[in-house]
Design a protein around this ligand. Sequence first.
Ligand code: FES
Length: 475
Amino acid sequence: MLFFMSDTVDFGDVLERWYRVDIPRNDLSRLAGRSDAKGLVRLIGHFGILAGFGIAAYLALGTWLMFPAFFLYGTVYCFLNHLMHETHHRTPFKSVWINEVFHWISSFAHGAEPVFDRWAHTQHHTYTYMEEKDPEIVTTSPINRWKVISSYFGFGFFTPLAIFKRALGVVDKEVEEYVPQSDWKKMRWSSWFWLLGYAAIIGSCFYFGTILPLVYTVFARCYGALIPSLLNNTQHIGLEFNVYDHRLCTRDVYINPILSFFYWNMQYHTEHHMYPSIPFHALKKMHRQVKDRLPPVYPSLWAVNREIRETMRRQKTDPHYRVTPQLPQTAEGTGTEEKASDRPPPESERTGSKTDASDSSPTLAETPLPKPQNGWYPACRTNELEENGVLPFKNEGSQYAVYRLADGFYATSGKCTHAGALLSKGLIFDGEIECPAHQGRFSVKDGCATRSPAHSCLEVVPVTVEDEVVWLQLS
Ligand code: FES
């Protein structure tokens, strides 16, 4: 199925169908805080160890020790995939420029062109583990064992021909499907840089008369892929697919601190999918807060791989067999409730009033609000919104978001212009609302899109406050 991606596509219904455990807004804000220091410590550690193994491998050339040294180097190199993933979301660093520099470097190292790959990953979050829609699916059901095995050798991802075509301006099916037209030029330039980078690697092999530049880059993606791929394959393979509940299609697994370090904490994968705004360093804290509302966590990497092998064995006689994680028997998410995939899109609106779009929204005032007057609509009472808070409001089918900053109240249209997620579920950082779906951002005051994947601006709604009621002027 082909979805043409313009800047104004509305996947809001799809995004709203996904189940998310409730987390109080204040907790969410705290967890979502970005930190250059925490990101840089992890980054320097990752690259420092990579350099150490690289030097050790060089010194061991010609001896048997070079094999384990290169294996370790390649393994740490392949984990740059997970730095790329984190920077796709722009969450590891507070400073955007640090994020973008290392987004490019890690994508290049991984063999991906960063602009295209970030957009494809956006689609993966919108349609996680849905057949024909999720571009990052390795295999659904029955599990394709050759795809799984080839992933251990890093095959199936390096696509220089596609990048070459994109550099020439060819708009292939995937570009059309995932990348908005406004980013085609950027993707084309990025593709040229990518090709030049790899041409430089090959050129240096001829210049220095050695294949070592390739051994340290392109080949490392293959000989180091085993452990990172074993971890990647724990994320979704063998589970339910085509469901709107990350608890059913995504796994959490406990791993040792060394793997966790290089994996950028992606073992808490269900939490990551439910709240992609949370940076890697806060995922463990978030896991502690929500784990009782998730299926049991797999105790080890080997436990997951055993399950995948068993699933493949059972699929020989029952091709439709898949693993259905056991949901906890809690009020919020019960094993006996209807499957999320069966739920209709949520009806989270009350016409002409605030929408009760999230349990984490502030408590609604009990006193009724005044009636609309001359095109002005009462949205909420001032004490219902804390500083840096946001509330949803709906009127005649249109969604709005009402914000409180330190210097007053503001309002904009309520749906993200990228793909229609409700901004009232997002968080405010430095006067900007961050979309909960793919982390696009908008200025609260003037509605301008300040961060991709959002490009088009929000409509700004005039606001006034009278008698402690926040009024919006809606024409
Ligand atoms: S829906 Fe994608 S950034 Fe908002």
